[in-house]
Write a protein that binds this ligand. Structure first.
Ligand SMILES: NC(=O)c1ccc[n+]([C@@H]2O[C@H](COP(=O)([O-])OP(=O)(O)OC[C@H]3O[C@@H](n4cnc5c(N)ncnc54)[C@H](OP(=O)(O)O)[C@@H]3O)[C@@H](O)[C@H]2O)c1
Length: 292
């Protein structure tokens, strides 16, 4: 079993978590819609994560919808005291599996209660406001987040939400958000190749705010690069481990939530805690994004 403590810890608000966590999105059915083919295998991944010391799990009630949260509850409830489950609100699923905005005050309230019920919790540790882009499939787009964030802050005041984060946001939306509520984390698309948020990560590190990259392994199109494969071979590691190790060294405020539906991949990903990248290798990996 890997000792994931070697990857270190960081903070999500008042909660301290290990930097190697787990993202549960892959536990729903194909297209993050409906139940998984093998629910027992999905529960086994979660149990293995916690058995290996993972204490940060990322989820949402719109995965399935409701599917991953119910699997988390079935597998892990009652939860270990140190486990921090981070969820997100602001979207819903259409009957055709589409991803739709759902950020009115009523929809956010409903989403918070759905998460509480399906996870079996009285209060949600961290809730990210997931900002939906104007055009599906595109990154964050500018526009005020004041109305939905004010509604989420109201749910925090009622004691249903401990900490608030933002997801799929621009730096100016982060600045606007911080004027409305205390923001403990930002969850955006970022990895070895997709590095739009470099400056934002450095700013958040200075401000003591966690940055949680989604698609750390490339998401639906896993990362592929001959440089990455070459480095992995030289280090006796896998390309996915090198991609995760690169994120860990990138900045101390980065928390990892790689997703997988496989116990074997989970073990491989957690073993990244044992992998240190020599400085020369980091420079080589940095060049991948410059060439992309
Ligand atoms: N805020 C947002 O908008 C947002 C968006 C997307 C995701 N997220 C969160 O971020 C988490 C991570 O993102 P993600 O799961 O979409 O993408 P990811 O972690 O970048 O990659 C997951 C993909 O990589 C594969 N994989 C994982 N480990 C592997 C390994 N060791 N070797 C080979 N393939 C491997 C998985 O397949 P297998 O299942 O076969 O391992 C899956 O296809 C999600 O679980 C979710 O919690 C948030």
């Amino acid at each position: 079993m890997t000792n994931i403590d070697r990857s270190g810890t960081s903070h999500l608000g008042t909660r301290k978590v290990k930097r190697l966590g787990y993202g549960a999105m892959q536990l729903a059915g194909r297209g993050v819609f409906g139940p998984p083919k093998d629910p027992e295998a999905a529960r086994a991944v979660l149990c293995e994560a916690v058995a290996n010391g993972v204490n940060h799990i990322d989820t949402s009630d719109f995965y399935g919808p409701h599917v991953t949260n119910r699997i988390i509850r079935e597998a892990l409830h009652p939860y270990p005291d140190d486990l921090v489950i981070v969820t997100k609100v602001g979207a819903r699923r259409g009957a055709d599996a589409s991803w739709l905005p759902a950020a009115s005050s009523g929809e956010l309230t409903q989403a918070v209660y759905d998460n509480l019920r399906n996870l079996g919790l009285d209060v949600l540790d961290v809730v990210n406001l997931r900002v939906m882009p104007e055009v599906r499939g595109h990154g964050p787009s500018e526009g005020s987040i004041e109305t939905p964030l004010t509604a989420l802050a109201e749910l925090q005041r009622k004691g249903l939400v401990r900490h608030i984060g933002l997801s799929n946001v621009t730096p100016s939306q982060v600045r606007e958000g911080r004027r409305i509520a205390e923001i403990v984390c930002v969850q955006n698309h970022y990895n070895l190749i997709h590095r739009d948020d470099d400056a934002l990560i450095d700013q958040l590190a200075r401000d003591g705010i966690a940055y949680v990259p989604f698609f750390p392994l490339g998401g639906f199109t896993p990362l592929q690069s001959s440089t990455l494969s070459g480095v992995a071979e030289r280090l006796g590691a896998t390309p996915m481990q090198v991609a995760l190790a690169w994120l860990l060294q990138r900045s101390p405020n980065i928390l990892l939530i790689p997703g997988t539906s496989s116990v074997a991949h989970l073990r491989e990903n957690l073993a990244t805690a044992e992998l240190e990248l020599p400085a020369g290798v980091v420079a080589e990996l940095d060049d991948i994004a410059k060439a992309a």
